[in-house]
Design a protein around this ligand. Structure first.
Ligand code: NAD
Length: 257
Protein backbone atom coordinates (compact mmCIF):
# COMPACT_ATOMS: atom_id res chain seq x y z
CA UNK A 1 0.00 0.00 0.00
CA UNK A 2 1.84 3.09 -1.21
CA UNK A 3 -0.85 5.46 -2.49
CA UNK A 4 -2.75 7.34 0.18
CA UNK A 5 -5.24 10.12 0.79
CA UNK A 6 -6.16 11.95 4.01
CA UNK A 7 -9.65 13.17 4.82
CA UNK A 8 -9.90 15.32 7.91
CA UNK A 9 -12.54 17.28 9.75
CA UNK A 10 -12.21 21.01 9.00
CA UNK A 11 -11.00 22.07 12.43
CA UNK A 12 -7.59 23.32 13.47
CA UNK A 13 -6.62 20.25 15.45
CA UNK A 14 -7.56 17.76 12.73
CA UNK A 15 -5.78 19.85 10.09
CA UNK A 16 -2.63 19.98 12.22
CA UNK A 17 -2.62 16.18 12.50
CA UNK A 18 -3.23 15.97 8.75
CA UNK A 19 -0.10 18.03 8.03
CA UNK A 20 1.96 15.91 10.41
CA UNK A 21 0.68 12.73 8.75
CA UNK A 22 1.52 13.96 5.23
CA UNK A 23 5.06 14.68 6.42
CA UNK A 24 5.58 11.25 8.01
CA UNK A 25 4.11 9.43 5.01
CA UNK A 26 6.28 11.40 2.56
CA UNK A 27 9.38 10.53 4.62
CA UNK A 28 8.37 6.88 4.27
CA UNK A 29 7.94 7.14 0.47
CA UNK A 30 4.15 7.06 0.37
CA UNK A 31 2.55 8.93 -2.50
CA UNK A 32 -0.45 11.23 -2.19
CA UNK A 33 -3.08 10.07 -4.70
CA UNK A 34 -6.49 11.66 -4.33
CA UNK A 35 -8.05 9.75 -7.25
CA UNK A 36 -6.89 6.19 -6.62
CA UNK A 37 -5.60 5.80 -3.08
CA UNK A 38 -5.04 2.37 -1.54
CA UNK A 39 -5.49 3.70 1.98
CA UNK A 40 -7.52 6.67 3.22
CA UNK A 41 -6.54 8.14 6.59
CA UNK A 42 -9.57 9.60 8.35
CA UNK A 43 -8.85 12.26 10.97
CA UNK A 44 -11.95 13.51 12.77
CA UNK A 45 -15.08 11.77 14.02
CA UNK A 46 -17.75 9.31 12.93
CA UNK A 47 -19.24 11.95 10.61
CA UNK A 48 -15.84 12.40 8.91
CA UNK A 49 -15.62 8.64 8.45
CA UNK A 50 -19.08 8.50 6.84
CA UNK A 51 -18.09 11.38 4.55
CA UNK A 52 -14.84 9.67 3.52
CA UNK A 53 -16.60 6.37 2.71
CA UNK A 54 -19.18 8.18 0.60
CA UNK A 55 -16.47 10.07 -1.32
CA UNK A 56 -14.87 6.77 -2.37
CA UNK A 57 -17.92 4.52 -2.52
CA UNK A 58 -17.28 3.61 -6.18
CA UNK A 59 -13.67 2.63 -5.44
CA UNK A 60 -14.05 0.51 -2.32
CA UNK A 61 -12.73 -2.69 -3.82
CA UNK A 62 -9.05 -1.78 -3.53
CA UNK A 63 -9.31 0.63 -0.64
CA UNK A 64 -8.81 0.54 3.12
CA UNK A 65 -9.72 3.16 5.73
CA UNK A 66 -7.65 3.91 8.82
CA UNK A 67 -9.05 6.34 11.37
CA UNK A 68 -8.02 8.47 14.32
CA UNK A 69 -10.56 10.41 16.33
CA UNK A 70 -9.85 14.02 17.30
CA UNK A 71 -12.67 13.97 19.86
CA UNK A 72 -13.71 11.02 22.01
CA UNK A 73 -13.37 7.40 20.86
CA UNK A 74 -15.70 6.83 17.90
CA UNK A 75 -17.45 3.84 16.42
CA UNK A 76 -15.29 4.01 13.33
CA UNK A 77 -11.94 4.74 14.95
CA UNK A 78 -9.81 3.00 17.58
CA UNK A 79 -7.30 5.75 18.31
CA UNK A 80 -7.54 9.15 19.94
CA UNK A 81 -5.15 12.03 19.49
CA UNK A 82 -2.99 11.04 22.46
CA UNK A 83 -2.34 7.71 20.67
CA UNK A 84 -1.07 9.36 17.47
CA UNK A 85 2.48 7.92 17.61
CA UNK A 86 1.12 4.40 18.10
CA UNK A 87 -1.41 5.00 15.31
CA UNK A 88 1.30 5.87 12.77
CA UNK A 89 3.84 3.32 14.00
CA UNK A 90 1.25 0.52 13.69
CA UNK A 91 0.49 1.57 10.14
CA UNK A 92 4.12 1.84 9.05
CA UNK A 93 4.93 -1.58 10.53
CA UNK A 94 1.84 -3.11 8.90
CA UNK A 95 0.83 -4.41 12.33
CA UNK A 96 -2.89 -4.17 11.73
CA UNK A 97 -5.82 -6.42 10.94
CA UNK A 98 -8.28 -5.76 8.18
CA UNK A 99 -11.98 -5.93 9.04
CA UNK A 100 -14.78 -5.66 6.49
CA UNK A 101 -18.19 -4.15 7.17
CA UNK A 102 -21.21 -4.55 4.91
CA UNK A 103 -22.98 -1.69 3.22
CA UNK A 104 -26.66 -1.49 2.43
CA UNK A 105 -27.60 -0.74 -1.14
CA UNK A 106 -30.71 1.31 -1.68
CA UNK A 107 -32.43 1.11 -5.07
CA UNK A 108 -34.85 3.93 -5.80
CA UNK A 109 -35.96 4.91 -9.31
CA UNK A 110 -32.86 4.79 -11.52
CA UNK A 111 -30.50 5.42 -8.62
CA UNK A 112 -28.52 3.22 -6.24
CA UNK A 113 -27.13 4.63 -3.01
CA UNK A 114 -24.98 3.01 -0.32
CA UNK A 115 -25.39 3.25 3.43
CA UNK A 116 -22.92 2.40 6.17
CA UNK A 117 -25.19 3.45 9.08
CA UNK A 118 -28.74 3.41 7.74
CA UNK A 119 -31.29 4.22 5.05
CA UNK A 120 -34.50 5.91 6.16
CA UNK A 121 -37.69 7.26 4.66
CA UNK A 122 -39.07 10.25 6.55
CA UNK A 123 -42.04 12.48 5.89
CA UNK A 124 -42.44 15.34 8.32
CA UNK A 125 -45.06 17.11 6.19
CA UNK A 126 -47.92 14.59 6.58
CA UNK A 127 -48.65 11.01 7.63
CA UNK A 128 -46.74 8.66 5.37
CA UNK A 129 -48.37 5.37 4.44
CA UNK A 130 -46.13 2.55 3.19
CA UNK A 131 -46.54 -1.12 2.41
CA UNK A 132 -43.69 -3.17 3.86
CA UNK A 133 -42.44 -6.46 2.40
CA UNK A 134 -39.64 -8.57 3.85
CA UNK A 135 -38.33 -10.69 0.96
CA UNK A 136 -41.59 -11.71 -0.72
CA UNK A 137 -43.71 -11.69 2.46
CA UNK A 138 -46.07 -8.77 2.97
CA UNK A 139 -45.56 -7.61 6.59
CA UNK A 140 -47.79 -4.59 7.15
CA UNK A 141 -49.12 -1.21 6.13
CA UNK A 142 -47.09 1.34 8.09
CA UNK A 143 -48.52 4.77 8.92
CA UNK A 144 -46.49 7.46 10.62
CA UNK A 145 -43.41 9.61 10.01
CA UNK A 146 -41.18 6.93 8.54
CA UNK A 147 -39.05 3.82 8.72
CA UNK A 148 -35.34 3.27 9.25
CA UNK A 149 -33.25 0.28 8.12
CA UNK A 150 -29.95 0.16 9.96
CA UNK A 151 -26.79 -1.94 9.81
CA UNK A 152 -25.07 -3.36 12.88
CA UNK A 153 -22.59 -0.44 12.77
CA UNK A 154 -25.45 2.05 12.47
CA UNK A 155 -27.30 0.56 15.43
CA UNK A 156 -25.73 3.14 17.77
CA UNK A 157 -26.62 6.08 15.49
CA UNK A 158 -30.14 7.16 14.44
CA UNK A 159 -31.47 3.67 15.12
CA UNK A 160 -30.63 4.08 18.79
CA UNK A 161 -32.48 7.39 19.02
CA UNK A 162 -35.52 5.60 17.59
CA UNK A 163 -35.47 3.02 20.41
CA UNK A 164 -33.80 0.37 18.24
CA UNK A 165 -31.48 -2.20 19.82
CA UNK A 166 -27.74 -1.61 20.03
CA UNK A 167 -26.14 -4.59 18.26
CA UNK A 168 -22.72 -5.90 19.20
CA UNK A 169 -19.97 -5.82 16.57
CA UNK A 170 -19.62 -9.12 14.70
CA UNK A 171 -23.38 -9.77 14.62
CA UNK A 172 -24.58 -9.85 11.03
CA UNK A 173 -28.03 -8.31 11.01
CA UNK A 174 -30.13 -5.48 9.68
CA UNK A 175 -32.74 -3.73 11.81
CA UNK A 176 -36.06 -2.11 10.89
CA UNK A 177 -37.36 0.61 13.24
CA UNK A 178 -40.38 2.87 13.07
CA UNK A 179 -40.17 6.66 13.18
CA UNK A 180 -43.25 7.83 15.07
CA UNK A 181 -45.57 5.04 13.91
CA UNK A 182 -49.30 5.55 14.50
CA UNK A 183 -50.90 2.82 16.57
CA UNK A 184 -54.54 2.96 17.60
CA UNK A 185 -57.79 1.08 17.12
CA UNK A 186 -57.79 1.62 13.33
CA UNK A 187 -54.12 1.51 12.39
CA UNK A 188 -51.59 -0.92 13.70
CA UNK A 189 -48.11 -1.90 12.57
CA UNK A 190 -45.52 -4.02 14.38
CA UNK A 191 -44.32 -1.11 16.52
CA UNK A 192 -41.23 -2.78 17.95
CA UNK A 193 -37.80 -2.78 16.27
CA UNK A 194 -37.30 -5.85 14.11
CA UNK A 195 -33.81 -7.40 14.01
CA UNK A 196 -33.36 -9.62 10.97
CA UNK A 197 -30.87 -11.77 9.15
CA UNK A 198 -28.68 -9.45 7.03
CA UNK A 199 -29.77 -11.19 3.81
CA UNK A 200 -33.40 -10.07 4.04
CA UNK A 201 -34.55 -7.58 1.38
CA UNK A 202 -36.76 -4.76 2.66
CA UNK A 203 -39.18 -3.46 0.08
CA UNK A 204 -41.11 -0.25 0.84
CA UNK A 205 -43.90 0.83 -1.48
CA UNK A 206 -46.33 3.74 -1.49
CA UNK A 207 -48.72 5.27 -3.99
CA UNK A 208 -47.72 8.69 -2.61
CA UNK A 209 -44.29 9.70 -1.29
CA UNK A 210 -44.93 13.44 -1.80
CA UNK A 211 -42.99 15.39 0.83
CA UNK A 212 -40.95 12.33 1.89
CA UNK A 213 -37.17 12.23 1.90
CA UNK A 214 -34.78 9.33 1.62
CA UNK A 215 -31.91 9.68 4.11
CA UNK A 216 -28.76 7.66 3.42
CA UNK A 217 -26.26 8.29 6.24
CA UNK A 218 -25.50 12.04 5.95
CA UNK A 219 -27.19 12.50 2.55
CA UNK A 220 -30.81 13.37 1.83
CA UNK A 221 -32.71 12.79 -1.45
CA UNK A 222 -36.26 13.79 -2.46
CA UNK A 223 -38.48 10.88 -3.52
CA UNK A 224 -41.75 12.78 -4.24
CA UNK A 225 -42.41 11.17 -7.63
CA UNK A 226 -41.23 7.66 -6.79
CA UNK A 227 -43.18 4.68 -5.46
CA UNK A 228 -40.78 2.04 -4.23
CA UNK A 229 -37.52 1.65 -2.40
CA UNK A 230 -35.60 -1.59 -2.13
CA UNK A 231 -33.01 -1.96 0.62
CA UNK A 232 -30.69 -4.92 0.99
CA UNK A 233 -27.15 -5.77 1.96
CA UNK A 234 -24.83 -5.04 -0.93
CA UNK A 235 -23.16 -8.30 -1.97
CA UNK A 236 -20.44 -6.48 -3.92
CA UNK A 237 -19.42 -3.51 -1.78
CA UNK A 238 -17.81 -3.71 1.65
CA UNK A 239 -15.92 -1.15 3.65
CA UNK A 240 -12.49 -2.40 4.73
CA UNK A 241 -11.06 -0.84 7.86
CA UNK A 242 -7.59 -1.28 9.32
CA UNK A 243 -7.56 -2.05 13.03
CA UNK A 244 -4.31 -1.81 14.92
CA UNK A 245 -5.61 -2.53 18.40
CA UNK A 246 -8.46 -4.45 19.88
CA UNK A 247 -10.98 -2.17 21.55
CA UNK A 248 -13.89 -3.93 23.24
CA UNK A 249 -17.25 -3.06 21.73
CA UNK A 250 -18.52 -2.32 25.22
CA UNK A 251 -15.66 0.12 25.94
CA UNK A 252 -16.57 1.94 22.75
CA UNK A 253 -20.24 1.88 23.69
CA UNK A 254 -19.53 3.37 27.12
CA UNK A 255 -17.97 6.46 25.52
CA UNK A 256 -21.25 7.17 23.73
CA UNK A 257 -23.29 8.14 26.76
P1 NAD B 1 -22.67 14.23 12.41
O1 NAD B 1 -21.29 13.98 11.95
O2 NAD B 1 -22.97 15.42 13.20
O3 NAD B 1 -23.18 12.91 13.14
C1 NAD B 1 -24.30 12.98 13.93
C2 NAD B 1 -24.01 12.26 15.22
O4 NAD B 1 -24.12 10.86 14.98
C3 NAD B 1 -22.61 12.49 15.77
O5 NAD B 1 -22.71 12.62 17.17
C4 NAD B 1 -21.87 11.21 15.36
O6 NAD B 1 -20.77 10.90 16.19
C5 NAD B 1 -22.96 10.21 15.51
N1 NAD B 1 -22.79 8.97 14.76
C6 NAD B 1 -22.68 8.82 13.42
N2 NAD B 1 -22.54 7.52 13.12
C7 NAD B 1 -22.57 6.85 14.32
C8 NAD B 1 -22.51 5.48 14.68
N3 NAD B 1 -22.40 4.52 13.75
N4 NAD B 1 -22.60 5.16 15.99
C9 NAD B 1 -22.73 6.12 16.93
N5 NAD B 1 -22.81 7.42 16.65
C10 NAD B 1 -22.73 7.78 15.36
O7 NAD B 1 -23.66 14.30 11.21
P2 NAD B 1 -23.79 13.45 9.96
O8 NAD B 1 -22.55 13.32 9.17
O9 NAD B 1 -24.97 14.02 9.28
O10 NAD B 1 -24.15 12.01 10.53
C11 NAD B 1 -25.06 11.25 9.90
C12 NAD B 1 -25.65 10.30 10.88
O11 NAD B 1 -26.33 11.05 11.87
C13 NAD B 1 -26.71 9.45 10.24
O12 NAD B 1 -26.18 8.29 9.67
C14 NAD B 1 -27.62 9.17 11.41
O13 NAD B 1 -27.36 7.89 11.98
C15 NAD B 1 -27.32 10.23 12.43
N6 NAD B 1 -28.54 10.96 12.72
C16 NAD B 1 -29.05 10.83 13.95
C17 NAD B 1 -30.24 11.43 14.28
C18 NAD B 1 -30.79 11.22 15.65
O14 NAD B 1 -30.17 10.48 16.41
N7 NAD B 1 -31.93 11.80 15.97
C19 NAD B 1 -30.93 12.20 13.34
C20 NAD B 1 -30.37 12.32 12.08
C21 NAD B 1 -29.16 11.68 11.77
Amino acid sequence: MQRYMIMSRPDENSRRLEEKTHKILAENHYILDKENPEVVFVIGGDGTFLYAVHQYVQKLQNLKFYGIHTGTLGFYTDYQEADYDEFMDTFLRGAYMEISYPLLCVHVGDNTYHALNEARIENVTRTQTMNVWLDDVFLEVFRGTGLCVSTQLGSTAYNRSLGGAVIQEGTNIIQLTEIAGIHHSQYRSLGSPLVMNENITVHLQSTDFRGAKLGVDSDIYPIDDLHEIIIRKDPEHQVKMLKGRKVSYFTRLKTLF
